[in-house]
Write a protein that binds this ligand. Structure first.
Ligand code: 5AD
Ligand code: FES
Length: 360
């Protein structure tokens, strides 16, 4: 089997049918697929795993995605918004700990005050860290003007997960209104790429109503879109969301996790030079889930550097790991964990995706 996969990888002859089959591999055959993903990572990107210090600076959100714990209609969430000082301090923390880059993430907002605030913050962070820390934004759907403005002020990577590349499945996961249109999201992703950001997307794996065929199409979507970075992980149910009603349809957490590993390995084979994150959702299901993702081909981890008193309020899903730890604990345990699996931290580097430069 391994020989076949190797051949498919070398010739790039990926199809929906082949990918669906490979996504279902388990047991010995799966092990071989995952090993091959790890081998491609070593060959094309080496041993380094890059750190992105994640700052979840606010859980205030204007959207109402059916799967997300911080959706606007969830009245049980204590809403917070970090001060600018706290965010800049997190950037300094990333710098001191040699993280190389950081991600600013929050619930989605697009009011003029918010746009202006991010613009100023970007400039302050650049100044305070002597431009050393790369900045990724994960702030949802915005206008082209906003994307341009933030790019000009120093952000150079943008993450916007498409969540699923299947329009009808997308519709089942979001309310039917103008704030939650599949085509708007797709257009935003195109604009982000056009503006010049290193462009990241991703999907959730094991959603109610989702099949291996959907996931195969997601992988082809990422390849066709020429994406530079991907963050994807298992869907994890949250009691206080509408999608919880459909929990009876879910695959077991283990199945969601194993399928996620296959997604990572296959994407590494399909796009050897991109950045792929070992996501926190993988760790939520398996305590060494991120390490397993790295062994299958992921090369980015996103340690949470949000001041820990707010972590409990940013629960997109339940059982989120590391919410009790301070950022320091995370930075120590991470490098040890990486060394244990034969990798090393890519300290002080932005860790850009070579794919981005090759498509320029
Ligand atoms: N389970 C897993 N991932 C989730 N996200 C949101 N809610 C959940 C959930 N219940 C992911 C989405 C979003 C990212 C920030 O977190 O893919 O884009
Ligand atoms: Fe906030 Fe989906 S609920 S963006």
């Amino acid at each position: 089997m391994r020989k076949d996969i190797r051949e498919i990888a070398e010739t790039g002859s990926w199809s929906e049918e082949i990918l669906s089959q490979l996504l279902s591999l388990r047991g010995e055959a799966q092990k071989e697929l995952l090993l091959l993903g790890g081998e491609y990572l070593q060959k094309y990107r080496g041993k380094e795993v890059y750190y992105r210090g994640l700052v979840e600076f606010s859980n205030i959100c204007t959207k109402d995605c059916y799967y997300c714990g911080i959706r606007k209609s969830n009245g049980n969430v204590e809403r917070y918004d970090l001060s600018d000082d706290a965010i800049v301090e997190a950037a300094r923390f990333a710098c001191r700990n040699r993280y190389g880059s950081m991600v600013l993430q929050s619930g989605e907002r697009d009011d003029p005050h918010f746009v202006e605030r991010i613009d100023t913050l970007l400039q302050t962070i650049k100044k305070e860290t002597d431009g050393k820390v790369g900045i990724t934004l994960s702030l949802g759907e915005q206008t082209e003007e906003t994307y341009r403005r933030w790019f000009k002020s120093g952000a150079h990577r943008y993450l916007l997960r498409i969540e699923t590349s299947d329009e009808s499945l997308y519709r089942q996961l979001h309310p039917d209104n103008d704030k939650h249109r599949f085509h708007k999201r797709l257009d935003c992703l195109k604009t982000i790429q056009k503006v010049g950001y290193q462009t990241g997307t991703g999907v959730m794996i094991g959603l109610p109503g989702q099949t291996l065929n959907h996931l195969a199409k997601d992988l082809l979507f990422m390849k066709d879109f020429d994406i530079d970075m991907v963050g994807m992980g298992p869907y994890i149910e949250h009691e206080e969301t509408p999608l919880y009603q459909r929990r009876g349809e879910l695959w077991s957490p283990e199945e969601r996790f194993l399928t996620s590993l296959n997604m990572v390995a296959l994407l590494r084979l399909m796009m050897p030079d991109i950045n792929i994150a070992a996501t926190t959702a993988m760790q939520a299901i398996d305590p060494v889930g991120r390490e397993k993702a790295i062994q299958a081909g992921a090369n980015v981890i996103m340690p949470n550097i949000t001041p820990s008193n707010h972590r409990k309020d940013y629960l997109l899903y339940q059982n989120k790991p590391c919410i009790d730890e301070g950022a320091d604990d995370c930075s120590n345990c991470l490098s040890v964990r990486l060394e244990m699996i034969g990798h090393k931290p890519g300290f002080d580097q932005w860790g850009d995706s070579p794919h981005f430069f090759s498509r320029q």
